[in-house]
Write a protein that binds this ligand. Structure first.
Ligand code: ADP
Length: 244
């Protein structure tokens, strides 16, 4: 099976000599949800930028098997002068889809993220969680088969983050995209993923690759089970090693 994304021994050194990434070697299979946790500044965003083609590797090779890429940033990056609907239509518009197709896809995506009824609202009228939903909907209009997430829920309060995690998993089950998800939260990584990669401090390398065996759908109460706590403990242990 062709991987949705494969890193072959990938490294990144910036022009000023900073080595952000070294020997990154992993693959994300279609339908697999992989999260990456690691200390600040270890090269997680750099890795994601390379995966998306926004930046180039300086060593190794990246192969993208997916046809359509989605990218969700930590900031919702909505255009403040556009309504929710017009923001959600933006990527489809940039891809040259005609107006009726854009409308249709935006309406579907808005419904999927639970923003129906808010189409005419402006970004400043939305909560942080709703802005992230709109950002997610904008990517969904292109039906990505590889979704890259750069700490999308990092700025939200815990309850909103948990709710968005539950909703993201519903979308994942429905659309079965491959996902590469960056987060600081071990609990979030374990709850969402089929697998968690732990990165070392800079220059980032992959220290551990931990499979997460829980079946989907995942009940929100899974977060309070002993097996879940044990996995979080194992990953936190690797992370403490990464900080050492
Ligand atoms: P993370 O997402 O894990 O917090 P980043 O990928 O943003 O880390 O950054 C990794 C390292 O590379 C950091 O030390 C950062 O300062 C450095 N870095 C990022 N972009 C550049 C750049 N354009 N030039 C030089 N160093 C950079």
């Amino acid at each position: 099976m062709t991987a949705a994304l494969r890193f072959h021994d990938v490294g990144k050194a910036f022009k000023d000599g900073t080595v952000a990434l070294t020997g990154a070697d992993f693959a994300v299979a279609p339908g697999e949800f992989t999260s990456i946790v690691g200390p600040s500044g270890c090269g997680k965003s750099t890795l994601l930028r390379i995966a998306s083609g926004l930046d180039d590797a300086t060593a190794g090779e990246v192969t993208v098997g997916a046809d359509r890429l989605g990218y969700v940033f930590q900031d919702a990056t909505l255009l403040p002068w556009r309504s929710v609907r017009a923001n959600v239509e933006l990527l489809a518009e940039l891809h040259g889809l005609d107006r009726s197709e854009r409308r249709k896809r935006a309406a579907e995506a808005i419904e999927l993220v639970g923003l129906t009824g808010f189409e005419k609202h402006m970004p400043h009228e939305l909560s942080g969680g709703m802005r992230m939903r709109a950002s997610l909907a904008r990517s969904l209009t292109l039906s990505p088969d590889l979704f890259l997430f750069d700490e999308p829920f990092g700025a939200l309060d815990e309850i909103t983050r948990e709710r968005l995690n539950d909703e993201l998993l519903s979308l994942f089950r429905l659309q079965r995209f491959a996902a590469l998800f960056i987060t600081h939260s071990v609990m979030e990584a374990v709850f969402l993923s089929t697998r968690v990669l732990v990165m070392s401090g800079r220059p980032g390398r992959i220290l551990a690759d931990v499979p997460i065996p829980f079946e989907y759908p995942r009940d929100p109460a899974l977060r309070f089970s002993p097996d879940f706590a044990a996995l979080c403990g194992e990953i936190s242990g690797h992370l403490r090693g990464a900080h050492a």
